[in-house]
Ligand binder design. Structure first.
Ligand code: HEC
Ligand code: HEC
Length: 507
């Protein structure tokens, strides 16, 4: 008997099967809950904890038992214990719900599962309707093509998820509790509450997402119903939408500007951009300076750069579910009551970085002011424009004349994505007030974006921390060893010297 159990346990570990439910202890679950979960989910389990107000989406109200990620039928109110176990263990990406695998023991999670069920008196209920997965259809170009057709037929999924799957909805969606919800951007799997594994997508399409407007496509009554096989095709298509080239990667910290002969492209569609490397950065809401902002809509931005003898150009690309044009009727329908313009900004220190020291990342500081180039999308009454300001922190922004220094920009919105080209001459006359670009030098660079439909304006926005920009010298030219590289080399040398010295002493 012992042997069988351990063999099974091993199998569980190897196959990553869900852990076997040990009988939970609700009293112990309550204790863990009060320590770890109450601040968000509330004493009564109603989602009204002290920290809940600032969260979007809001924490789950367990008394309603409307679980989003479950593997029981759409009409079965009872989730499987494994479903709750998984969400507690892994958390829900794209939300404040953290994963607890490093903090809680397996048994504590099972105790929590049982305790959570008591809020809706589900502790004695058994789920009745388990999903039928049929035979999984392996992904292939043919299956993806079929899935794509089903996704768009009669606007089945594109109605909410948009033509390219970026969640650029044409209507305003609310969840059952009245909170604003957005259809998922299916090109960003890191924002999926579960995952973009075809089996997970199949499950969501079959069950829907309870408490939200994401419907079940296994519903006999629905005109848009999909067969089991069709749901596998759709799942394969959705998985293929992941924009893997535009994923944030820790090692991507430098925007590399390639040098080209001839004119820099004036628009985002120009093929010349293909030679420039894509670098994607995470953006976080501005919570440093009041009014603090928590409910951000944008989360990543992708940058490319090119330069020639005279100018440098950036192509900034970010997904934004709404084209926010104040005064526009269609835009008003889906926007928050006070819509502002969508906007994007590039931030650069005016003086070259000394060593690794950078200005304060939120709009610079007194000792190290920054140039901010901000492009805004315009309203029905005013055209898009690019503005220049010098910042010594958000409290001290000085507006300057962008035209006078040759700053220009052009943007276009399509299917949930903004693409904006910003250009400036490498050198200006105002050397004390403007950054002067130099080939081969590492310069700090940061980005920011505003979603005007999501009440984002002025200090309510998302931003990146500092990264680096390098105007890469053409292969024939000798690179200038900049202060930063020098510092890095020095660090390396010092480290080598210290290690050497240590080994000698030991030896
Ligand atoms: C920092 C706030 C926060 C804390 C702490 C927190 N949660 Fe959550 N939790 C959330 C949010 C927000 C959601 C809703 C996410 C969504 O709707 O997509 C959520 C959702 C859930 C869900 C719903 C899963 C589903 O499929 O719908 C469960 C279960 C859950 N939390 C359990 C817990 C447990 C157990 C703890 C403590 C160990 C905990 N949470 C701690 C914020 C929190
Ligand atoms: C009426 C609007 C609507 C339609 C139609 C719709 N969805 Fe959704 N979908 C949503 C919403 C809203 C969410 C986000 C729910 C939430 O708040 O967690 C979502 C979420 C998702 C997710 C995210 C799963 C996760 O783990 O986070 C997937 C995948 C998805 N939908 C696929 C589809 C597919 C495929 C179709 C068509 C077969 C479809 N949706 C049709 C509104 C819709």
């Amino acid at each position: 008997m012992k042997l069988i159990i351990s063999a099974f346990t091993l199998l569980t570990i190897f196959l990553g099967l869900p852990a076997i439910a040990a009988p939970g202890n609700a009293d112990n679950g309550k204790k863990v809950y009060e320590k770890r979960c109450l601040m968000c989910h509330g004493e009564e389990g109603d989602g009204a904890g002290p920290g809940a107000e600032r969260l979007n989406p809001p924490p789950r109200d367990f008394s309603e038992a409307l679980y989003k990620i479950k593997t029981t039928g759409a009409d079965d109110p009872v989730p499987n214990d494994d479903d709750l176990y998984r969400m507690i263990r892994d958390g829900m990406p794209g939300t404040a719900m953290p994963g607890w695998t490093d903090i809680l023991k397996e048994q504590e999670i099972w105790d929590l599962v049982l305790y959570l069920k008591t809020f809706a008196e589900l502790e004695d209920e058994k789920p009745e309707d388990q999903l039928d997965y049929g035979t999984q259809v392996a992904t292939s170009p043919e299956s993806i093509a079929k899935g794509k057709k089903l996704f768009h037929d009669a606007d089945r999924c594109s109605e909410c998820h948009g033509q390219d799957g970026k969640g650029d909805a044409v209507k305003r969606l609310k969840d059952d509790a009245g909170a604003r919800t957005w259809p998922r951007n299916l090109t960003k799997p890191w924002t999926f509450r579960a995952s973009n594994d075809p089996k997970d997508i199949f499950t969501r399409v079959t069950v829907g997402i309870q408490g939200t407007q994401m419907p079940s496509f296994a519903d006999e009554k629905s005109k848009k119903k999909l067969s089991i096989e069709e749901r596998w095709h759709v799942a394969n298509y959705v998985q293929s939408l992941a924009k893997t080239k535009r994923t944030v990667r820790a090692e991507n910290t430098v925007v590399i500007a390639e040098k080209i002969d001839g004119d820099l492209p004036a628009s985002a569609d120009d093929k010349v951009w293909d030679v420039a490397k894509l670098t994607t950065f995470a953006m976080v809401p501005q919570i440093v300076v009041k009014p603090r902002f928590f409910k951000a809509a944008n989360d990543t931005i992708t940058a490319q750069a090119l330069y020639n003898d005279k100018e440098v150009a950036f192509l900034l690309e970010w997904d934004d579910r709404t084209k926010s044009i104040p005064g526009d009727e269609a835009a008003t329908k889906i926007a928050d009551p006070e819509m502002s313009e969508d906007a994007v900004a590039v931030q650069l220190p005016i003086q070259p970085a000394e060593g690794l020291e950078k200005p304060y990342f939120v709009a610079g500081d007194g000792a190290k002011p920054v140039n901010i180039w901000k492009w805004s999308a315009g309203t029905t009454k005013s055209a898009a424009k690019v503005e220049l300001s010098n910042g010594q922190g958000l409290e001290k922004l000085e507006a300057r004349d962008g035209k006078a220094v040759g700053l220009t920009a052009k943007g276009a919105y399509k299917n949930g994505t903004w693409r904006v080209v910003v250009k400036r001459p490498l050198k200006t006359e105002e050397t004390d007030s403007d950054i002067q670009f130099e080939e081969g030098r590492f310069t700090p660079i940061a980005f920011a974006a505003w979603d005007g439909s999501n009440s984002e304006k002025a200090r309510s926005y998302t931003l990146t921390t500092w990264y680096w920009l390098l105007l890469k010298p053409p292969t024939s030219a000798k690179p200038i060893i900049s202060g930063v590289i020098m510092a890095l080399l020095l660090f390396g040398l010092l480290g080598w010297w210290a290690r050497n010295a240590a080994t000698k002493r030991e030896g």
